[in-house]
Design a protein around this ligand. Structure first.
Ligand code: NAP
Length: 483
């Protein structure tokens, strides 16, 4: 059972646990069974305004603390998250559906951001610039942007918050977080652990509820200086436009359509192993999940056969059951999208090599699926499936692979397998993506910059670049210093 200590049914505003003003709630369900797990407040603009006011008050003291003091609290948060990894992982599996191993990995991965940005907080260096004038000096410093409004999705209920919050805290910012309504419990659990380790009231606030009024308050309230969003491109564009209308800083982590390219000279076994991870992690509901496998003609059949065999061996079930590798999808709409893409592909000539149908477990379980003979005209080539379907496209030349890979409005992550060093370098440069895996199918880590180009967004999370996104640059010219 979920540890009661971390199962919260209230929002965390200014260091206290509060219901919605009108008492309304949202019921959170377990996608593995449909059973209710608990309720959270359905807050709106008024509660958000109070959270922003609290974050604004807390900003004054939080930014003034020594970087080392902020870092020590962040290290304590890191340690507490790891100490509670099992309980938090279970909570995450119950509200989101992913396997327990993946959920615990997500908690550990999220915790790592707090340690990384706690360390980076102590290294916010400025510059001195040689002055073009006698008797003057130029200084450049960096300052926290201020109160940040964060909106996060359901597919990584813990780590999508951790990598925003950790960077913000390290930079000296305070935050108001609105988690996805399908997975708010992991967000509230992070707030509870922040409370336990002693973060000052108002530094971290979590407001659950209706997206539209909460987002409107974040975009319009002058105290909010930055909006950071992870979610769909459609919502991100709308939110970004509204934030920019009020001249707020914006970071957007949006959708993807990742290519995974297998060349004739690839290590096929390594490629198959990486392909399974890259496609079926979190049941394919990952923004950096491979959406299209582009396989060179010479190895197409061999790759397809090995890959389909590996996919057929994946164990599907309740994420809490031992050995399960793929849990249920988040909701019936996710299943409908998967079925729509498979039906469209099959009607245009694609062949099913594995799965292709709902899983006998029922509910939102779906068989891990591999489709062969997929072509660029099919829906699955252009839209993010966000489910456990691996379409295999065929190509002949390197130039054709590059053209196919870049033929999308998205540009988040791309992967390719080759043993030719020259080709590896050419491909790395030619792919229009923010993140590239060379002989790797997964690239996320807190020490490297995560983010996309084109319709996949703007800004970076993790690494030293992630900290920059939460800081303003200030230039000071010192005159009157004498010759
Ligand atoms: P979504 O529908 O855009 O929802 C994401 C968040 O936005 C949720 O908190 C949601 O709240 C909120 N929201 C919904 N409508 C809104 C509005 N009109 N104004 C402001 N906020 C609004 O996306 P999703 O379906 O949860 O997530 C899947 C998408 O996220 C995929 O496209 C995936 O690729 C992308 N993603 C990207 C990254 C990345 O780092 N690039 C990472 C993970 C996911 P409610 O839950 O209350 O509706």
């Amino acid at each position: 059972m979920i540890s009661d200590a971390w199962l919260k049914d209230a929002c965390f505003i200014d260091g206290t646990w509060v219901p919605a003003d009108d008492g309304q709630t949202i019921t959170v369900t377990n996608p593995a069974s449909g059973a209710a797990l608990g309720t959270v407040p359905r807050c709106g603009g008024a509660e958000t305004a109070r959270a922003i006011a609290a974050a604004s008050r807390a900003f004054t003291t939080w930014r003034a603390m020594l970087a080392k003091e902020r870092a020590d609290l962040m290290f304590a948060l890191h340690d507490a998250l790891l100490a509670e990894k099992r309980a938090l992982g279970e909570l995450l599996t119950r509200e989101q559906g992913k396997s327990r191993a993946e959920a615990e990995g997500e908690i550990a991965g999220g915790a790592a951001f707090f340690r990384w940005f706690g360390e980076e907080a102590k290294r916010v260096y400025g510059d001195t610039i040689p002055s073009p004038w006698p008797g003057k000096r130029i200084l450049v410093t960096k300052e926290p942007v201020g109160v940040v409004g964060a909106i996060t999705p359901w597919n990584f209920p813990h780590s999508m918050i951790a990598r925003k919050l950790a960077a913000a805290l390290g930079a000296g910012c305070t935050m108001v977080i609105k988690p996805a309504s399908q997975t708010p419990l992991s967000a509230l659990a992070v707030a509870a652990i922040c409370e336990k380790v002693g973060f000052p009231a108002g530094v971290v606030n979590v407001v659950t509820g209706s997206a539209a009024p909460i987002a409107a308050e974040m975009c319009e309230n002058p105290a909010v200086r930055k909006i950071t969003f992870t979610g769909s491109t459609e919502v991100g564009k709308d939110l970004g436009a509204r934030a920019l209308a009020n001249m707020k800083r914006v970071s957007m982590e949006l959708g993807g359509n990742a290519p995974f390219i297998v060349f004739d000279d690839a290590d096929l076994d390594a490629a198959v192993k990486a392909a399974v991870l890259s496609k079926f992690r979190n049941s394919g509901q990952t923004c950096v999940c491979t959406n299209r496998f582009l396989v060179q003609a010479g190895v197409y059949d061999a790759f397809a056969e090995k890959f389909a065999a590996a996919v057929r061996a994946l164990k599907v079930g309740d994420g809490l059951d031992a050995g399960v590798e793929q849990g249920p999808l988040i909701d019936p709409a996710a299943i409908a999208k998967v079925e729509e893409h498979i039906t469209d592909a099959r009607s245009h000539g694609a062949r099913v090599l594995a799965g292709g149908v709902r899983h006998p477990l029922g509910g939102t379980y779906f068989e891990p699926t591999v489709l062969a003979d997929v072509t660029p005209g099919m829906k699955i080539a252009r839209e993010e499936t966000f489910g456990p379907v691996a379409p295999l496209f065929r190509f002949e030349t390197e130039a054709e692979a590059v053209a196919m890979a870049n033929d999308t409005e998205f540009g988040l992550a791309g992967y390719f397998f080759t043993r030719d060093l020259g080709r590896a370098w050419r491909m790395m440069e030619a792919l229009e993506y923010g993140m590239i895996g060379v002989n790797e199918g997964l690239a996320s880590t807190e020490v490297a910059p995560f983010g996309g180009v084109k319709d996949s967004g703007m800004g970076r999370e993790g690494s030293k670049y992630g900290l920059e996104d939460y800081m303003n640059v200030k230039y000071a010219l010192f005159g009157g210093l004498g010759a």
